[in-house]
Design a protein around this ligand. Structure first.
Ligand code: FES
Ligand SMILES: [Fe+2]
Length: 318
C-alpha cells in the first residue's frame, strides 16, 4: 500500500475542495476518500467499502458519516461502521473501513500514508501559509510524470536561465556566462533542508525542501513578501498532482496583483514539458545518471529518496 511513498504526510488538495459531499482522490496508487464528519473535521478513509469493495466516494455524507452507495453501510471518521441496514444484529465492530490520519492546516488537506488513526508527527506547514496578512493563490493540476522527477525539477536551480529564460530566469540569463561558477550549500532543517545557491561568491537564491515532496521558493527576502510553494503529490503510477500555493504580502486588495498569481502559474507550466519528457520516468539511483557540482541539491533529495522511501525503506527521517 502506498508503494514507495509510505508513512509520509502530504497535502492532497486545498481545503476548499472539500465541502458537504465526499471527495475521492488517488494517492500513491491508492484510492482515498475525504469527507467532513459531524464536527466539520476532515477525515480520510481508503476508498473501498469493506462489504463489496465499492468506492465510498460515490456515496454521500449523512450526520457526519460516510454512506456507501451500494447497501447503505455507514462509516465514521475513524473508519468504524456506524450502521448496517436490515441487519440489527450485525457485529459493527468487525465491519470497519480503513482510516488514514488526516490534518487540515494552512488551507490544505493533509493525509498520512499509513492506515490507522495516529501518525508519529504532524505535517510541516510553511509559515507563510499560517499568516493572516497575506494573499494566497492555490492551484493544482495533473502532470504525466513520476513525482520524483517533478520534485527534482522544483529543487533544481541551474535550469532557471534555460527553462525560465523569459520569466524568473531572465535576470540570471543576462548575468551568467557559461563559465560563471555556481555553488550550492545544503543546510539541514527539521523539515528537510535549505539549499543556498551562490553565484560568483554572492548569495543568490534560497530553496527549501519540505520532506518528502514539497518546495518553497523564496523569491525575495527584501522589500516584499513572496513565496511559492509546490508539492508534487503522487497520485496514480507516473501521475503527479502539482499543488501550488503562492503567497504574497503586497497588493492584497488590488485585483491587478492577481497577475502576479498568474505569473506563478506560468512559471510552473514552463517546467511541465521538460519534466514529462524525462526518461527513465522515475529518478534512477544517483550513480546511474551523470551529475556535476551544481546538481548537489537534487542529488541530496535523490539520495534521501532511495534510502528512505524507495521500496519501503523505512528508516528514521533525517
Ligand atoms: S458495498 Fe458498501 S455497503 Fe455493500
Ligand atoms: Fe522550473
Amino acid at each position: 500500500m502506498f508503494q514507495d511513498f509510505q508513512a509520509c504526510w502530504t497535502p492532497v488538495l486545498p481545503s476548499t475542495a472539500l465541502k458537504a459531499a465526499p471527495v475521492g482522490t488517488m494517492l500513491a496508487g491508492e484510492k482515498v476518500v475525504l469527507f467532513r464528519d459531524s464536527q466539520g473535521v476532515a477525515r480520510a478513509l481508503l476508498d473501498r467499502c469493506p462489504h463489496r469493495g465499492v468506492e465510498l466516494s460515490l456515496g454521500s455524507v449523512k450526520d457526519g458519516q460516510l454512506v456507501c452507495p451500494f447497501h447503505g453501510w455507514r462509516f465514521k471518521g475513524d473508519g468504524a461502521c456506524g450502521h448496517v441496514p436490515y441487519n440489527p444484529d450485525a457485529r459493527l465492530d468487525r465491519l470497519s473501513a480503513t482510516a488514514l490520519p488526516t490534518h487540515e492546516e494552512g488551507g490544505l488537506l493533509w493525509v498520512y500514508t499509513a492506515p490507522g488513526l495516529e501518525a508519529p508527527d504532524r505535517p510541516y506547514v510553511p509559515e507563510a501559509l499560517l499568516r493572516d496578512d497575506v494573499s494566497v493563490f492555490m492551484h493544482h493540476e495533473e502532470w504525466a510524470c513520476h513525482w520524483t522527477r517533478a520534485m527534482e525539477n522544483m529543487l533544481d536551480f541551474p535550469h532557471l536561465p534555460f527553462v525560465h529564460g523569459r520569466t524568473i530566469g531572465a535576470d540570471l540569463k543576462k548575468r551568467l556566462t557559461d563559465s560563471t561558477p555556481m555553488e550550492q550549500r545544503i543546510e539541514p532543517q527539521p523539515y528537510g533542508f535549505t539549499s543556498h545557491t551562490t553565484i560568483e561568491g554572492q548569495p543568490d537564491a534560497r530553496l527549501d525542501w519540505m520532506r518528502p515532496n514539497g518546495m518553497t521558493l523564496h523569491i525575495s527576502d527584501t522589500g516584499f513578501f513572496l513565496r511559492m510553494h509546490v508539492w508534487c503529490v503522487p497520485t496514480a503510477p507516473n501521475r503527479t498532482r502539482m499543488l501550488l500555493t503562492a503567497v504574497r504580502g503586497f497588493g492584497l486588495y488590488n485585483p491587478l496583483f492577481m497577475l502576479t498569481d498568474r505569473f506563478n502559474l506560468r512559471i510552473l507550466r514552463e517546467d511541465k514539458a521538460v519534466v514529462e519528457s524525462s526518461f527513465p520516468v522515475e529518478v534512477p539511483p544517483p550513480t546511474q545518471e551523470q551529475s556535476v557540482g551544481s546538481d548537489k541539491t537534487t542529488l541530496r533529495f535523490r539520495q534521501w529518496y532511495f534510502s528512505h522511501l524507495k521500496e519501503g525503506s523505512q528508516r528514521a527521517a533525517s
